[in-house]
Write a protein that binds this ligand. Structure first.
Ligand code: DC
Length: 226
C-alpha cells in the first residue's frame, strides 16, 4: 500500500521547507510541482516564448527532461533549483501556470511520478486534482504579510535583493491569478486539513503533519512495510 501526502497552499506558505523535512522523516519521495511550472516558465523566457503562445509553451514543456533529486530540480541536465526561484520567474509563472494545455501535460507527468513510490507532493491542485485520492491532505496558509516577510528573508539569505513591498505585491497578484484561473483554480480540497502557520514555526507545522502521518501509518499497519 502506498502512502501519498498532498500539501497545497499559497505562495511562500512554507510548503517546500516543510515537505522536505517530512519527506526525510518518513522516507517519502518529495515532488515540488511549483518547480515544474517554474522550469517551463524559465525555459520559455529564455526562448522568448510568451504565455499567450500556447503551442510554443507546450512544445517547450514536452522537450523538458525533469528530474528531482531531494529538493533539487535538474532540467535537461542543468541544475535549475536556484535559477527558477528568481523574482523574474516568480512574477511570470502564474500566467504560464494558468494555461490549461500545459497543466494537463504536467499533471499527467506528476501522476506518473507519484504512482511509482510513496510521495509527498506540494503545489496548488494536489489535493483537488493530482492526488485527488490521497489519504493525507493538508492546506497550509499564512497571512500575505507573513509570507512576504519570509520570502524576503529567504531571498536576502541567498544574496538576492528583495524589497518587502514589491514581494508582498507580487504574492498578492500571484494568489489572485492562481485562484481565479479557469482550469483547476487554487482552492482548498474539502477533505484537506487546514493549518494556519502565521504564528507557528516550521517545526511546529512539521510536528502537526507528522502526527497525522504517524496515526495513518499505525491505523493501516504500515510500520513494517517502511
Ligand atoms: O509553489 P510555487 O510558488 O513555486 O509555484 C509557482 C507557481 O506555479 C504559482 O504561481 C502557482 C503555480 N502552481 C500551480 O498552478 N499548480 C501547482 N501544482 C504548483 C504551482
Amino acid at each position: 500500500m502506498n502512502i501519498s501526502v498532498a500539501i497545497d497552499g499559497p505562495a511562500a506558505a512554507g510548503k517546500s521547507t516543510i515537505a522536505n523535512i517530512i519527506a526525510h522523516r518518513f522516507n517519502l519521495v518529495y515532488i515540488n510541482t511549483g518547480l515544474m511550472y517554474r522550469a517551463v516558465t524559465l525555459m520559455c523566457m529564455r526562448e522568448n516564448i510568451n504565455y499567450t503562445d500556447v503551442k510554443g509553451v507546450c512544445k517547450i514543456a514536452k522537450s523538458l527532461n525533469i528530474h528531482f533529486g531531494g529538493d533539487k530540480i535538474i532540467v535537461n541536465g542543468e541544475n535549475f533549483t536556484e535559477l527558477i526561484k528568481y523574482p523574474k520567474v516568480s512574477s511570470n509563472v502564474s500566467n504560464y501556470a494558468a494555461i490549461s494545455e500545459l497543466r494537463k501535460l504536467l499533471v499527467d507527468l506528476q501522476q506518473k511520478m507519484a504512482s511509482k513510490c510513496n510521495v509527498i507532493m506540494d503545489g496548488r491542485d494536489i489535493g483537488t486534482v493530482v492526488l485527488k485520492n490521497a489519504p493525507l491532505k493538508f492546506f497550509l496558509t499564512a497571512s500575505a504579510s507573513e509570507r512576504a516577510k519570509r520570502r524576503c528573508m529567504e531571498l536576502n539569505g541567498k544574496n538576492i535583493s528583495a524589497e518587502y513591498d514589491k514581494i508582498l505585491d507580487e504574492i498578492i497578484k500571484r494568489d489572485y491569478i492562481d485562484s481565479h484561473r479557469t482550469t483547476s483554480p487554487f482552492i482548498k480540497s474539502e477533505d484537506a486539513i487546514e493549518i494556519d502557520s502565521s504564528n507557528l514555526s516550521i517545526l511546529d507545522v512539521v510536528e502537526v503533519i507528522s502526527g497525522y502521518i504517524r496515526k495513518y501509518i499505525k491505523e493501516h499497519n504500515l510500520e513494517n512495510s517502511r
